[in-house]
Design a protein around this ligand. Structure first.
Ligand code: UP5
Ligand code: MG
Length: 198
């Protein structure tokens, strides 16, 4: 039997652009599963049995990007679990973030997963930093402090913008203005998804 291909939407944007917030909105309205690469890495970091804990922690605290072998394996494991329960549409939040991620994904996954489009959440840096600092109180995230945020933003500018441009050149990026209210941003995303999927 030929395996059915899952569909994936990558969701990219600066730290605090609303990737997690909007992914949660999407899964409430569409038959999608949300895979946050960052959440998967944070869970793995807390797993005492994992051999990858140290390298994940080192990268998250430095605002740099974990080697793709680790991230891709975590994504694939979750995708397989979710597919086996009958959901074939995925929002992949916060991945791929650099060339290592793109090359690793293309080598391991792109043949077996259909990339629908890349959703880019566009918001200015000051807005994004402000949101993360507001969140930092209850987030339990070790990287929600100003010095880490500056590193995360600079990694985004240096490493992730070229990836967004790569997908733009392929004509698969759909951007939304993510500086608006969460409700307004979701309205735009809902229209995009409705027009693309229906
Ligand atoms: N908020 C959201 N939308 C709002 C709006 N429209 N108006 C006002 N407020 C809004 O939102 C952040 C905060 O803003 C929340 O309080 C929210 O209520 C509010 P959120 O939806 O969480 O934004 P998000 O874009 O998800 O921000 P996040 O901080 O999660 O982004 P990052 O990209 O920094 O974090 P991520 O978890 O993806 O990655 C963390 C680290 O993991 C990376 O730095 C890296 O070290 C590592 N990583 C990898 O190495 N590889 C990967 O593939 C992925 C991650
Ligand atoms: Mg997030």
């Amino acid at each position: 039997t030929t395996a059915r291909k899952p569909n994936a939407i990558f969701i990219l944007g600066k730290p605090g652009s609303g990737k997690g917030t909007q992914s949660c909105n999407v899964v409430q309205h569409f038959k999608f599963a949300h895979l946050s690469a960052g959440d998967l890495l944070r869970d793995e970091m807390k797993n005492e049995a994992s051999e990858h804990r140290d390298i994940i922690k080192k990268n998250i605290d430095a605002g740099t990007i974990v080697p793709v072998e680790i991230t891709c394996a975590l994504l694939k494991r979750r995708m397989d679990e979710i597919c086996s329960k009958g959901t074939w549409n995925f929002l992949i939040d916060g991945f791929p973030r650099n060339w290592n991620n793109v090359h690793g994904w293309e080598a391991a996954m792109s043949e077996s997963v259909n990339l629908v489009f890349v959703l880019y959440l566009d918001a200015p840096e000051d807005v994004c930093i402000e949101r993360c600092l507001l969140r930092s109180d209850g987030s339990g995230r070790t990287d929600d402090n100003l010095s880490c945020l500056k590193k995360r933003i600079s990694t985004f500018t240096n490493d992730t913008i070229p990836i967004v441009n790569y997908y733009k050149e392929k004509g698969v990026v759909k951007s939304v203005d993510a500086s608006k209210s969460p409700e307004q941003v979701f309205n735009d995303i809902r229209d995009l998804l409705t027009n693309t999927l229906m």
